[in-house]
Write a protein that binds this ligand. Structure first.
Ligand code: NAP
Ligand code: GCO
Length: 263
């Protein structure tokens, strides 16, 4: 029987004040892990701490921008002092800017890449020494189907998520010998605040064209929800996946497998 229990484990989920990160942190807690999380906004932190408490989860929350290496190192040191070595890291914090590339400024491109690609490097680098000493650890990078495909207006995001897929494979290659597994989760289109602009009904009450497009392109014929990520993250965080390394698990309702219905 594979061991999916996370009893006694410490998990850090970045950007877990709401959305996919909150749902994954909830799942890891329900499997037995102690949870630490971070975000940039005090308002989001306070709301999240209340939400975790309402869910019966005693989560340790931090105001910490994942692009700030000094702040990240301080946060990791404080978590390890209070809870012990971090066994599970979920690099979830991320943003998107939907701007045609020719209209996107360099600073806008760099901001997306800094949060979505450079920050997982920063946080993984801060957490790896503890895992190496313990000779065990799980790093889970939240990639995207844009790690595989592009579309209009998401050049920075797709570039970052494509790079994150390869960072995942490289961490797996470089640290697998320490019994550290690094894998990715590639969500499809998930209903969170990040995708709200793509789903909101139009002024006349008709569905957003992008909502209609994605629903038709997804064999499951629906948007995913954050709850759809709960099982996959527990699997990749648990001993059940100890021989899975460098893998990107797409949780996308089949959209990457499907060419689309003939018009
Ligand atoms: P979201 O609803 O926009 O939530 C993003 C979270 O990250 C918030 O808690 C935000 O809190 C935090 N965050 C953003 N920048 C941060 C920073 N620099 N430092 C620390 N925390 C930061 O996003 P989501 O839809 O849940 O997506 C979560 C992850 O899944 C992202 O990596 C995203 O790219 C990926 N993903 C999403 C989808 C989707 O369809 N939704 C699909 C594939 C992949 P603060 O603003 O308070 O910092
Ligand atoms: C977009 C969406 C996507 C999703 C996700 C798909 O504008 O196309 O935001 O990028 O967030 O990454 O997997």
């Amino acid at each position: 029987m594979m061991n999916f229990s996370l009893e006694g484990k410490v998990a850090l989920v970045t950007g877990a004040s709401y959305g996919i990160g909150f749902a994954m942190a909830q799942a890891l807690a329900e499997a037995g892990a102690r949870i630490a999380f971070n975000c940039r906004s005090r308002k989001h932190l306070e709301q999240a701490q209340a939400d975790y408490k309402n869910a019966g989860i005693d989560a340790l929350g931090y105001i910490c921008d994942v692009t700030d290496e000094c702040a990240v190192r301080q946060m990791v040191a404080d978590i390890e002092e209070k809870l012990g070595t971090i066994d599970i890291l979920v690099n979830n914090a991320g943003i998107i800017k939907r701007i045609p590339m020719t209209e996107m400024s360099l600073s806008e491109f760099e901001e997306v890449v800094d949060i979505d690609l450079v920050a997982p490097f920063i946080v993984s680098k801060a957490v790896l020494p503890g895992m190496m000493k313990k000779r065990a650890g799980k790093i889970i990078n939240i990639c995207s189907m844009m790690s595989e495909l592009g579309r209009e207006t998401v050049s920075a995001y797709a570039s970052a998520k494509g790079g994150l897929k390869m960072l995942t494979k490289n961490i797996a290659s470089e640290y697998g010998g320490y019994n550290i597994q690094c894998n990715g989760i590639g969500p499809g289109y998930i209903a969170t605040p990040q995708t709200a602009p793509l789903r909101e009904p139009q002024a006349d009450g008709t569905p957003h064209p992008f909502d209609t497009f994605i629903t038709a392109k997804t064999p499951a014929a629906r948007w995913g929800t954050p709850d759809d990520l709960k099982g996959p993250v527990v699997f990749l965080a648990s001993e059940a996946s100890n021989f899975v390394n460098g893998h990107i698990l797409y949780v996308d309702g089949g959209i990457l497998a499907y060419i689309g219905k003939q018009p």
